[in-house]
Design a binder for this molecule. Structure first.
Ligand code: NAD
Ligand code: 6OD
Length: 484
């Protein structure tokens, strides 16, 4: 049986306890994972603090950027290994991991390495009351030891999205990947070694949240900042944990995202786009659309076209190339999503597609597959319209006016992403600017430029990462004022 170890101060370290890593496609145990205890988290944080003052700081921005490009090279050199590990841990289709997760991991390192090298600094010439002047300029310094806690849906992509800018700014990190998907964080340690990242700069502690490595990290007095991606209520727990040590936090949390489809949209493009936006990664992307609002004049046609898309998705073995729908991450998560499928019916929904669990007659029946599902007919006040489900499911609602669509889309405590589908450019801009979210796509979905701000409002998060926003979070600015 494969072992997945912690990585502390440049060494792979076994824990006192182990937990199982399960393949969601068939429920088999694929590895034993070493859980880091309090002492090992202390060791990881201590190593990260020590490494802040060593070779890593002496390398300077250019030296660190060169090493980060080498990390990207090392990921690309082990491309198949990363893809296989990610597919086994998550059950996502191999085509998706090859197209999205692993290439993005390499891109995260390249983009933030280059950005850190090019980032400018603020400066101001200041007129003083005595008729003379002063020069103000800011210098950028690392924040220190960054605790990075990540979820299971895009494990390597989301981990490196934070590790890369943190390292580019000269910090050192202790990462706590999801207990569901531990493999690629440890594999990344091998890439770090190969790229010559000094020991202690990148550390991995495996485990759970409360009473385990996650909580040990957030409560640690020697961790200078926490960056977290995951559920909104976990964000709230982490906020309480960091309060006594007043750590800066960056939170990328849940969503209950809306899509608005106008009658003047490119119909096929909108159906294809929405099919991705609802079902990609079995709906386990925080940006997925769970609420779709469609102009009443095209409502029936749209619902039927989206149903054909849902019915045509192939829930195959993740490593097969024609699979486009993997399982959910775990039995527990499937129970949660199925409880919403039941709730939707109790709340009066009409089931247009899916609503249950597929049967295969092979080992996939031991996995956590679920049918892609479409509902109509729920009132806006239904729990299924308010709570994040995080599965391959959406509800489609008709609307009669632009204002009504905007009001319904914005009627949520979340505020992560929205998509607008229209061929009227003015309408696209107008509606997009009224969306109460961090990211709005027009005639596309999950189209990324890593320089842009990424984050959410309300329950969807605190702060922005991406481009200079990441560099600003992962560094401290010291403003220097010189009287001239
Ligand atoms: P989760 O909050 O359950 O877990 C995320 C991580 O937090 C895991 O590593 C977990 O072990 C850790 N954790 C849990 N409790 C903790 C605690 N008390 N202290 C410290 N760490 C703790 O989330 P999940 O189920 O892994 O991921 C799904 C959620 O993540 C969804 O809500 C989804 O919308 C959200 N998400 C958001 C984004 C975004 O960019 N906004 C991206 C991906 C996922
Ligand atoms: O693409 C990204 O940078 C990003 N943070 C995606 C988040 C996806 C949520 O599941």
């Amino acid at each position: 049986m494969k072992s997945i170890l912690n990585y502390i101060d440049g060494r792979f370290v076994r824990g006192q306890h182990e937990f199982e890593d399960v393949n969601p496609a068939d429920g088999t145990v694929i590895a034993q994972v070493s859980e880091a205890d309090q002492r090992q988290v202390d060791d990881a944080v201590g190593a990260a603090r020590h490494a802040l003052r060593g070779e890593w700081s002496r390398l300077g921005v250019r030296g660190r950027a060169d090493r980060l490009h080498k990390v990207a090279d090392a990921i690309e050199a082990r491309f198949d290994c990363f893809v296989k590990a990610e597919v086994s841990d998550t059950g996502k289709p191999v085509t998706l991991a090859s197209k999205l997760d692993v290439p993005r991991a390499a891109a995260n390192f390249r983009v933030f390495a280059d950005l850190a090298k090019m980032a400018g600094l603020e400066s101001f010439q200041t007129e003083t009351p005595d008729g003379k002047s002063a020069l103000n300029y800011a210098v950028r310094k690392p924040l220190g030891v960054i605790g990075i806690i990540t979820p299971w849906n895009l494990p390597l992509l989301l981990l490196t999205w934070k590790v890369a800018p943190a390292l580019a700014c000269g910090n050192t990190v202790v990462v706590k990947p999801s207990e569901e998907t531990p493999a690629t964080a440890t594999l990344l340690a091998e890439a770090m070694q190969e790229a010559g990242i000094p020991r202690g700069v990148y550390n991995v502690v495996h485990g759970f949240g409360e009473g385990s490595a996650g909580e040990f990290l957030t409560q640690h007095s020697e961790v200078d900042a926490i960056t977290f991606t995951g559920e909104s209520r976990t964000g709230a727990a982490i906020m309480r944990a960091v309060a006594p040590t007043v750590k800066p936090v960056s939170f990328e949390l849940g969503g209950k995202n809306a899509a608005i489809v106008f009658a003047d949209c490119e119909f096929e493009e909108a159906v294809n786009g929405l099919s991705e936006a609802v079902f990609l990664n079995t709906g386990q992307v925080c940006l997925c659309a769970e609420r779709v609002y469609v102009d009443r004049s095209i409502f029936d046609r749209f619902v039927q076209a989206l149903k054909r898309k849902a019915d045509s998705l192939h829930p195959g073995w993740p490593m097969e190339k024609d699979t486009d729908l993997g399982p959910l991450i775990s039995a527990q998560h499937r129970d949660k999503v199925l409880s919403y499928y039941r709730l939707a019916e109790e709340e009066g929904a009409t089931t247009i597609a899916g609503g249950g669990v597929p049967q295969f007659g092979d080992a996939r029946d031991n996995g956590f597959y679920i049918q892609p599902t479409i509902y109509t007919g729920l009132p806006e006040s239904a729990r299924c319209m308010k709570e994040e489900i995080f599965g391959p499911v959406c509800h489609v609602t008709p609307f009669d006016s632009e204002d009504e669509a905007i009001a319904m889309a914005n009627d949520t405590k979340y505020g992560l992403a929205a998509s607008i589908w229209t061929s009227n450019l003015q309408r696209g801009h107008r509606v997009a600017q009224k969306m109460n979210v961090g990211i709005t796509w027009v005639n596309c979905w999950y189209l990324r430029d890593l320089r842009t701000p990424f984050g959410g409002v309300g329950l969807s998060g605190i702060g922005r990462e991406g481009g200079m926003h990441s560099l600003n979070f992962y560094s401290e600015l010291n403003n220097i004022c010189i009287r001239l």
